[in-house]
Design a protein around this ligand. Sequence first.
Ligand code: GLU
Length: 469
Amino acid sequence: MTVRVRFAPSPTGMFHVGGARSALQNWIYAKQQGGVFVLRIEDTDAARNKPEWTEGILSALDWIGISRGSYEGPHFQSENAGEHRAAAARLHDSGRAYYCDCTREDVQARTGSQYQGYDGYHRDRDLGPGVGHALRFRTPDEGTTVVVDLIRGEPTFENRLIEDFVIARGDGSPVFLLANVVDDMTMGITHVIRAEEHLPNTPKQQLLWDALGVKPPVWAHVPVVVNEKRQKLSKRRDKVALEAYREEGYLAGAMRNYLMLLGWAPSGDREIVPWSVIEDEFRLDEVNPSPAFFDEKKLRAFNGEYIRALPVAEFIDACQPWLTGTGTIAPPPWQPEEFDADAFAAVAALAQTRITVLSEIVPNVDFLFLASPLIDEAAWTKTMKDGSAELLDAAVAAFETLESWDAESLKSTLEAVGAERGLKLGKTQAPVRVAVTGRTVGLPLFESLEVLGRERALTRMRAARLRLV
Ligand code: GLU
């Protein structure tokens, strides 16, 4: 038997990190089993689907390493509508489903209590197909449905507690539960690896497999992803779109490594490991069923490590979208012709050790390309105190006559200027840094001055000095 798994997102919004996690787990499982990964876009919710969401899913998958052309599909659920309707008709013909036109109010009027599910009124009064008649599945009165789940053991559901659920609406259109099963069936899916949120659907879906006479797949419900308050990640509350992380400058390698740690860990207390180790060591049945905490701080720290591990040339390449502004990444504050690739290359290694997401490159290097620095007013007020004007004058005078404009000479010269005033280097540097870069924190000052060049550095120091009059 060839293992066939599928990832079946609905194109109703930005692609979610939890979805990316499930996709990767499916992907690795298929690879380990010598199986096939199928991508199926569940596009039957016409009101909420948009083609750009589908494109977003494809490109997000591509980004994390599930590249176009390397899997089966994408198939589209809407293309299988004929099969969905045929399955609904088969279930009716075989007596496993019946038509009903009850509203909630009807049921409530009959049961005289709060609505607690359908009461089975039309079980023996099948209305047959017709406008406004919903098709309901006749669930067994007794027995249990045992779901074989690689992560959760054998969750067991009592059939009498499962109401006769709707499988096709009053307009004849099949609902998700049925369409999803029929697609898995026609696509020969052997293992359904999906989010825990779908576990309550599973006994109903397994009953449909049985009723349609096909052996159900093996299930694996991977843990729900939660925030620090243990709430399920939600797009209203949390940053969940993979695209948002990408735009902020998370590396795909860091992202997919981190996502695989949601509910699982490689051997030997390791967390940051090459992808090949994850592909070798990951075991679906070792995934912890408890909710998995998506720790953005930890992901950020991971990303910093991945950034530092890049060869400098690759780091320079990786920064390009933020240096130029491409796609949905905003352009930097400088004009394209102001950018100087050599100057950037000269400070890249210094920046690489300081940033944790690639977008942070911009505020670290903008002073090199802008005609005058973007002054952070809070930093200015905090730094420019009594004595700063005189200090800047002295620094300008010393720098003007400096023989060699290099980081080391700049440092010893400024150190001497400070020493004459009883100041430590840190205190002496601060006004110079704000004058030249506009900020109190950033790349090492003397290397920055060296790359910036004497003329521009002195012009900025003089301009700051004038502002202090
Ligand atoms: N389209 C469903 C979703 O996005 C997929 C359900 C499944 O994987 O079975 O949640």
